[in-house]
Design a binder for this molecule. Structure first.
Ligand code: MTE
Ligand code: HPA
Ligand code: MOS
Length: 767
């Protein structure tokens, strides 16, 4: 079978450990901050705005300059090029220019001999502010027409008529909170001036190419002068897609000004204050449905807090609109999306990229319908699922060709004993008492591809050395998700060599140019294919050499298990490499991939934005203490479709980790700004991410067996980075299910379901 369509090779499909696992656990993996520091390195700290919105009347940095160890300072006046790091709209100053738009915004930078000296000096600035009115609430922004990009509307069918004619109708408001990416490695970058105006930047970034472009623009250089390198990140989760550039830019500007290597590492508090989070959403709905709970018409209004600039808010909110259907057919639908400009840090990418918020909206509506009709929410979900041959066109007019949601739900409903457990839970709750149980099964359907078609391209560079070993490079970045091992597995199978003979090198703009961010879960899909293309070029050249040397036809040259058979003769892979080298045949190649079939017209918001969909579902059972509002997750059952997985161990890690992170978003992680627009949750003391002890003791995650991507992705695998995040929605609904047994069958539970929020819901006071 052709390698393109095979299910698994010698390495692809195997549960190999992460290529850096042994380095991670022994502390030997070098992250950006661990790299050897060059002599003369200066450490940079940032002076931030103390207020949410103001004119800068006076910025007096004399004490900063006089402080111990300080070498230089940098303000917007020192920026020779463009003072912007906005990736799409140029509305994002690197250093404030006359105005500040959020508390935490960088106003100036200071370079000193040590980290402590720089950080202490940064606090010595005297800044006088003329404070302006701050908009902190997205609905306030809607009222005042304060948007970072224009509002959008998607319509299909006739929602007004469908709503008017429906047997039942519900209206209401819900919403979701912000969420900090809380990567363990905070933002960090080191910039090293090179000879003749060159600059080398080590940056913890998902998007080295964008860092390169923005530094070129800000320092009046061109791309050829700048090299951006990232070997790995200690987590990113979208937080380093666009905003890593800010940190790299400040380091680079300081290096440019001083001519010295400069490093900027944010401490946790500064990281949380200065850089963007998941968009919080206000969601209004008006839904009409029949006696079975089938949705006939729905009107949704989404208003998200984008913060002070556009950043990635356009595509994030687009993705929210695309995912308002989740796995359900919405025949008559209107979605209005407001991208609200608020005086808070610019909201940015976070795993799911707006998808989770869109899905939360429809899952809430479904749950409301079920509770209004007194039905099991699973039954209402089922009657609304997309069909396979009919009811299979999304509200943006993409025909779903790979629907496996019913298969997944059938299998999971049975394997999790959903119905029996529902009954057991009902008997448990019927006894009354302080402890209540709840259960929920929620599906996920997530679109794979960057919604901006242009970004769906990737490149790779493969070198084969004379000893037969391989250095592999591609435009993708490693953030813990296991991209590097997956792509190495592909190259090992393409060249039919042992994976030990392959070393993947740091993402590097001088090796692969113009790479998209590693994002949209498309890293292994795209870089796997690009690396495959490069490896195939080299293999074909080697095949020609073997055919010539051994006088056989090319078809009689067979690569297998580190050897090459040419008719009756066999040589080792390194031996054939030697022959190719002595024949003066190139053993280095680039590979390129562009995702096929996709097309999307942003003007009409229709087309095929996604190459395919990833599916999964989760059942969560919780027990809730109705006096304290605390819950425990008792059991989780997950069934997730990774197609023909490139690496089931890595993919399982993504499924489990994604679920937990999604559960954190909707339970314990609460981002708060006070009435002055100051972030009051900027450290783990006030912001609680899930820990191991929050995990269900009974956690049963499974990858869908015998699965295969309907599209010709790399070895028929499916992207897995983001989709499982949304499995966490089941936790929220299980909690709501438990609360519903106390008093109100449809309690107004606000996300995140912290103990306070749960107690308010029980008390019937959702405010
Ligand atoms: N997994 C780990 N361990 N660390 C991360 O930062 N980021 C997630 C996901 N899984 C992340 C992760 C996000 S937001 C995305 S888009 C994908 O990984 C990106 O990688 P991929 O495209 O290679 O899956
Ligand atoms: N997903 C993630 N990141 C992105 C996207 C997307 O669809 N578009 C631009 N950046
Ligand atoms: Mo992921 S939010 O697309 O970086």
């Amino acid at each position: 079978m052709d390698a393109e369509t095979k299910m698994a090779g010698r390495f692809a499909g195997r549960a190999l450990p992460h290529d850096s696992a042994h380095l991670h656990v022994t502390g030997q993996a070098s992250y950006t901050d661990d790299l050897a520091e060059p002599s003369g390195l200066l450490h940079v700290a940032v002076g931030m705005s103390a207020v949410a919105h103001a004119k800068l009347r006076r910025v007096d940095l004399s004490e900063v300059l006089d402080a111990d160890g300080v070498v230089d300072i940098c303000t917007c006046d020192d920026i020779r090029g463009e003072n912007n790091y906005g990736p799409i709209v140029h509305d994002d100053p690197i250093l404030a220019d006359g105005l500040v738009h959020y508390a935490g915004q960088p106003v100036f930078a200071v370079a000193a001999q040590t980290v402590d000296q720089a950080r202490k000096a940064a606090r010595l600035a005297r800044v006088d502010y003329d404070e302006l009115d701050a908009i902190l609430d997205p609905l306030d922004a809607v009222e005042k027409g304060s948007f970072v990009v224009p509002s959008e509307t998607m319509v299909r069918g006739d929602p007004d008529n469908a709503l008017a004619g429906a047997a039942h109708r519900l209206q209401g408001r819900t919403g979701t909170g912000a969420q900090d990416q809380f990567y363990l490695e905070g933002h960090v970058s080191m910039a090293l001036p090179q000879e003749d105006g060159g600059m080398r930047i080590y940056s913890s970034t998902q998007h080295p190419d964008e860092v390169q472009t923005l530094i070129a623009n800000a320092t009046r250089r061109s791309a050829k002068d700048i090299v951006v390198i990232c070997r790995r990140m200690g987590g990113a989760f979208g937080g380093k897609e666009s905003q890593a550039a800010l940190i790299a830019l400040i380091a680079a500007l300081m290096a440019d000004k001083t001519g010295k290597p400069c490093k900027l590492r944010l401490d946790r508090d500064v990281d949380m204050l200065m850089t963007g989070k998941r968009h919080s959403f206000v969601i209004d709905y008006d839904v009409g449905f029949d006696d079975d709970g089938r949705i006939e018409g729905i009107d949704l209004m989404l208003a998200s807090s984008c913060g002070m600039s556009a950043d990635l808010s356009g595509p994030v909110n687009d993705r929210a609109m695309f995912h308002c259907d989740n796995a359900y057919f919405l025949e008559n639908v209107r979605i209005v999306s407001h991208r609200c400009k608020t005086n808070t840090v610019s909201s940015t990418a976070f795993r799911g990229f707006g998808g989770p918020q869109g899905m939360f909206a429809i899952e809430h509506v479904i749950d409301e319908i079920a509770r209004a009709l007194g039905k099991d929410p699973l039954d209402v979900r089922r009657v609304n699922f997309y069909g396979v041959d009919d009811r299979n066109v999304t509200h943006y007019r993409q025909t779903i060709e790979d629907n496996v949601i019913e298969d997944i739900i059938d299998e999971l409903e049975a394997s999790s004993d959903y119905r029996q457990r529902r009954q057991a839970i009902e008997s448990f709750n019927a006894k009354g008492g302080v402890l209540r149980r709840g259960i929920a099964l929620t599906p996920v359907k997530f679109g794979i591809s960057f919604t901006s078609t242009i970004l769906n391209q990737a490149g790779a560079l493969v070198h084969v050395y004379k000893d037969g070993t391989v250095r592999l490079n591609h435009g993708g970045t490693e953030m813990g998700q296991g991209l590097y091992i997956k792509v190495a597995q592909v190259v090992a199978d393409e060249l039919c060599i042992d994976i030990e003979n392959i070393r993947t090198t740091a993402a590097d703009t001088s090796k692969v140019p113009n790479a998209s961010a590693t994002a949209a879960s498309s890293g292994s899909d795209m870089n796997g294919r690009a690396a495959q293309a490069a490896a195939r070029k080299i293999k074909q050249r080697m095949r020609e050499v073997a055919a010539r040397r051994f006088d056989v036809s090319e078809a009689d040259v067979v690569f297998a298990d580190g050897e090459v058979h040419a008719g009756s003769q066999t040589v080792s892979f390194p031996e054939l490499v030697q022959l190719a080298w002595s024949d003066r045949v190139s053993l280095s190649a680039t590979g390129f991939y562009r995702t096929p079939k996709i097309n999307y017209d942003r003007a009409t918001m229709t087309g095929r934005p996604f190459f395919y969909f990833a599916y999964g579902a989760a059942v969560t059972e919780v027990i809730l203490d109705t006096l304290t509002g605390e819950h425990r997750i008792l059991r989780v059952d997950i069934l997730h479709d990774c197609g023909s997985s490139l690496n089931p161990a890595i993919d399982m890690g993504q499924v489990e980790g994604g679920f937990v992170q999604g559960a954190g978003w909707l339970t314990s992680e609460e981002i708060c700004w006070n009435e002055r627009g100051e972030l009051t949750t900027h450290a783990p003391s006030t912001y609680k991410i899930p820990v191991c002890s929050d995990l269900a003791t009974d956690f049963r995650a499974k990858l869908l067996e015998n699965a295969r991507n309907a599209e010709e992705t790399i070895y028929r695998s499916k992207a897995v980075g983001e989709p499982p995040f949304m499995l966490g929605i089941s936790v929220f609904h299980a909690i709501r299910d438990a609360i519903a047994t106390v008093d109100d069958p449809a309690p107004a539970l606000r996300a995140p379901a912290t103990p306070e929020s749960v107690l308010r819901a029980i008390a019937g006071d959702p405010s």
